[in-house]
Design a protein around this ligand. Structure first.
Ligand SMILES: NC(=O)c1ccc[n+]([C@@H]2O[C@H](COP(=O)([O-])OP(=O)(O)OC[C@H]3O[C@@H](n4cnc5c(N)ncnc54)[C@H](OP(=O)(O)O)[C@@H]3O)[C@@H](O)[C@H]2O)c1
Length: 231
C-alpha cells in the first residue's frame, strides 16, 4: 500500500469516536470519508480536518438503509479511490432510557439490528470484494463489552454487537485477502455513553481522542481477532 495515498471510510464520523478517528487518520496522511445521518455536524468535522491540512469528505446517509449503503460505497470510492480501510463505527443503542426486552417494541429491536449489523454487512459486501481483488485492505467493526457480557436492558444493542463480532470472524474466514478486526474501544466520554448511563462520572471515562489513537495501533492484528483497546 502506498503510505501517502491511503483512503479510509469511517461511519458515525460526526462525533465521539468517529470524529476522533477522522482526525487521527487524517493526521497520519489518510484521505478520510465520514458518514453520518446529519450533514451539518459531519461537515463541521470535515472542515476541522481540512483546516489542519487533511483530506476529508462527508456523506450524509443512514446505515440502516439499503439504498444509502450503495450510495455510500459508490460515492466514497469516487471521492478518494479504492478504500484501504473501512471502520464500522456508527451504532445505535435503540430507545433510551434503555429498557428490558419485554418492554422493547419489536420495531426498535429490528432497527438496532438494521443499523448495527445489517448495515455493516451490506457495506462490507459492497467494498470488501474489491479489497480482496487488490489483495489488501482492512475492515474494523467497533465492538463493545456488551457483545460479551449480558447486561440487563442492553438487549438489542448487546445482541447486535455479539452478532457483529461473529460477522467479523466469518468474514475473516471467508475472505483471507482482507483483514477483519473487531475492536472494543472501552468506555468513552461520548454522547452515546451519556445517553445510556447519564449518571456516569465523565472523569472515569476515556477520551475518544486517546481511544482513536490506541485503536489505530491495532490495525496490524491477525484477521479475525477481537481486541480490547487498553486504557
Ligand atoms: N461510548 C462508549 O462508551 C462506547 C463503549 C463501547 C463501544 N462503543 C462503540 O463505539 C462506537 C462509537 O460510539 P460513540 O460513543 O462515539 O457514539 P456516538 O457519540 O453516539 O456517535 C455515533 C455516531 O454514529 C452516527 N450514526 C448513528 N446512527 C447512524 C445511522 N443510522 N446511520 C449513519 N450514522 C449513524 C451519529 O451521527 P448521526 O446521529 O448524525 O447519524 C454519530 O456520528 C459505537 O460503535 C459504539 O457502539 C462506545
Amino acid at each position: 500500500m502506498d503510505d501517502d495515498n491511503r483512503a479510509a471510510l469511517v461511519t458515525g464520523a460526526s462525533q465521539g469516536l468517529g470524529r476522533s478517528l477522522m482526525h487521527a487518520l487524517a493526521a497520519q496522511g489518510w484521505s478520510v470519508v465520514g458518514v453520518a445521518r446529519r450533514l451539518e455536524p459531519l461537515e463541521r468535522v470535515v472542515s476541522e480536518v481540512r483546516r489542519r491540512g487533511g483530506v476529508a469528505h462527508a456523506i450524509a446517509a443512514d446505515l440502516g438503509s439499503a439504498e444509502d449503503a450503495a450510495r455510500i460505497a459508490g460515492r466514497a470510492t469516487s471521492l478518494v479511490g479504492p478504500l484501504d480501510l473501512v471502520i464500522h463505527n456508527a451504532s445505535t443503542l435503540g430507545p433510551t432510557p434503555l429498557r428490558p426486552l419485554l418492554e422493547l417494541p419489536e420495531e426498535a429491536f429490528d432497527r438496532v439490528l438494521q443499523v448495527n449489523v445489517v448495515g455493516p454487512f451490506r457495506l462490507t459486501r459492497l467494498l470488501a470484494g474489491s479489497m480482496a481483488l487488490r489483495q489488501g485492505g482492512s475492515v474494523v467493526f467497533v465492538s463493545s463489552d456488551a457483545a460479551v457480557a449480558a447486561y440487563p436492558t442492553w438487549g438489542a444493542y448487546g445482541t447486535s454487537k455479539a452478532a457483529q463480532d461473529h460477522l467479523c470472524r466469518i468474514w475473516a474466514e471467508e475472505l483471507p485477502e482482507v483483514r477483519f478486526l473487531a475492536i472494543d474501544p472501552g468506555e468513552m466520554d461520548t454522547a452515546m455513553h451519556a445517553a445510556a448511563l447519564p449518571d456516569a462520572d465523565p472523569a472515569t471515562l476515556a477520551s475518544p481522542d486517546d481511544v482513536a489513537q490506541a485503536l489505530l495501533q491495532h490495525l496490524d492484528a491477525p484477521s479475525g481477532s477481537r481486541l480490547e483497546v487498553s486504557r
